[in-house]
Write a protein that binds this ligand. Structure first.
Ligand code: PAF
Length: 281
């Protein structure tokens, strides 16, 4: 067991990192909202290979939740999270409270045009500005060499890539493949909220994405294949199905099959919103 240092203020975070920098050590940052599961731990383990020191953050960021979303019920398990970080030899946990991040008078936000629009952006109006703002702040607070995110939140990953490029933040953004349960369900903290019945239906999303990919690869019209995917999700019990679309893998604009593409979906099972995506290739 390594000595996990836990800090809750920006000056304490910066002091710890400055000490490592003085020794010539590199830093990898893994931002999270806690309730850590195996997909988070895969990011931590990959981070460990890329840098001398790994900094995890846990902050359930209120600005990325709209008023009618699940901020209040989002799972919070700090004690269990700390045990996992300790067991994995993570060096530092930054777990600030909301006042440290958004003190009175806070007035600046980061909005990434284009890639934030459509898909989840259509259904979660404040979400990507909240994500872009907190990730910008965390990157500037820690100034890591590398920051790691999961591809499960694929649109978020592209938003983060765009903001670091546009704002000249000198960090290497690494996206890691989605970690799945044995039945294919993408790991997510929100999976904890599903009933047994919903949990049994949930892997249909991944199966449907694969079925749509197969139809497109077999030459079926893209719009028709995606509509069939949406109908399959509805028939399986997802309601509403927010979207299932093929998009350009980088810009998330309309798909041009000559370039890498991604199939992305979002749909609800009861009170749980599930998202997933796969590459077309
Ligand atoms: O993916 C998440 O857990 C969050 O959106 C992130 C990137 C930590 C920002 O709050």
């Amino acid at each position: 067991m390594s000595a996990l240092e836990i800090v809750r203020t920006i000056p304490a975070l910066r002091a710890a990192i400055a000490g490592w920098r003085q020794n010539g050590q590199t830093i990898a940052l893994v931002p999270t909202m806690g309730a850590l599961h195996d997909a988070h731990m895969a990011l931590m383990q990959d981070a460990r290979k890329r840098a001398d020191r790994v900094v995890a953050t846990i902050f359930v960021n209120p600005t990325q939740f709209a008023a009618d979303e699940d901020l209040d019920t989002y799972p919070r398990r700090e004690a269990a999270d700390i045990e996992k970080l300790r067991a994995d030899g993570i060096d530092l946990l930054f777990a600030p409270n909301a006042d440290e991040i958004y003190p009175a008078g806070f007035a600046t936000t980061v909005t990434v045009a284009g890639v934030s629009e459509g898909l989840c952006g259509d259904h979660r109006p404040v979400h990507f500005t909240g994500v872009a703002t907190i990730v910008t702040k965390l990157l500037l607070q820690a100034l890591p060499d590398t920051a790691l995110f999961g591809e499960k939140d694929y649109q978020q990953l592209q938003v983060i890539r765009a903001l670091t490029r546009d704002l000249d933040i000198p960090v290497d953004i690494v996206g890691l493949p989605t970690v799945r349960e044995p039945d294919g369900l993408a790991m997510s903290s929100r999976n904890l909220h599903m009933s047994d019945h919903e949990r049994a239906l949930a892997p249909q999303m991944y199966r449907t994405l694969n079925a749509v990919a197969e139809r497109i690869r077999a030459g079926e019209d893209i719009a028709q294949a995606c509509a069939a995917g949406r109908a399959a999700l509805t028939a399986a019990g997802f309601s509403p199905v927010e979207y299932l679309e093929l998009r350009d893998a980088q810009s998330l604009a309309a798909a041009d099959p000559a370039h890498p593409c991604r199939i992305l979906a979002a749909a609800w099972l009861g009170k749980t919103r599930l998202i997933d995506n796969i590459p077309l290739s």
